[in-house]
Design a protein around this ligand. Sequence first.
Ligand code: 13P
Ligand code: SF4
Length: 341
Amino acid sequence: MADSSLLTIPGVDRFPLRKPLPRAHIDTLSRDIFVLKKQLNAVILAHNYQVPEIQDIADFVGDSLGLSQQAAKTSADVIVFAGVHFMAETAKILNPGKIVVLPDKNAGCSLEESCPAAKLAALQRTNSNFWTITYINCSAEVKALSDVICTSGNAVKIVEAAPKDRDLLFVPDENLGAWVQEQTGRPMTLWRGNCYAHVEFRRESLLRLREQLPDAKIIVHPESLREVRDLADAICSTEKMITYCKSSPAKQFIIVTESGILHRMQKECPDKQFFCAPVIDVMRGPTDPCHCSECKYMKMNTLEKVRDCMKQLAPRIELPVHILQRARLPIERMLEISARA
Ligand code: 13P
Ligand code: SF4
């Protein structure tokens, strides 16, 4: 790790205070996982927010779009999805004949929770001209009610490709939806859901950090509030954040998203410095020493649980056939639009 990891700024934690696993334990678990991977002909897909030791044993680490593209083309028999439930479900929908396991079945998402399928169906019934564009952070049942899926990496392109004569309904992230609306100029009805982790970032704490790092670029995930997006040098998906930092001549970056992404950033840009944007203190309370943002769902996965889900082939994603079939259409539509030049 670069010297930059030692740099501290009073009141700013660059990494969450997670007790790291002992190196020997990581090595043993990683060896076990490697053997199981060969035995099972498995592929390990990990999201950018996973803990470092999971990212380090994964075959592919990326954002929701990259992970679904990998899931769509894998020839493995078993998909180990180190991410949250809706991501593993997406992999299952794209691979109904394969075994898909998730290290912790409780790894959910606040956006998914905010949008129950019955409530969405009721809203859709109010306007037969709705074209439903659904952020991938939702259940398979909600995907099955959608016209097209999007991720933060392709939302603008997906909205631009929407039929001009339809009324757009964007679910479930109101912040991503508002940003896409600004980018495309296309009015949309927005579902009132949000990511509990990203809405903890606030303008005031970001401004305080920027005072201490005047040369740093501010990179913001579009699930963040508008007051935070307004301070950004770049607004993008987690994968595009990494591309941006790699190609930028800047040497310091304030990263406004889940802190797990700093592992890849430091690995891929060892000569640059990355700082987690702090979340507002009042939400965690003054006694919580860590002000980095962590997604409690993403962090449910551990290296032990990755090994165990491969040993037991459980927890496994199973879905009713009619949901598998219906939910596949809007995902395939997204992948097709995404691949367009
Ligand atoms: P990305 O697709 O940008 O990685 O975002 C996924 C997510 O859950 C963000 O909170
Ligand atoms: Fe869901 Fe937010 Fe966690 Fe992403 S960071 S998985 S949007 S709760």
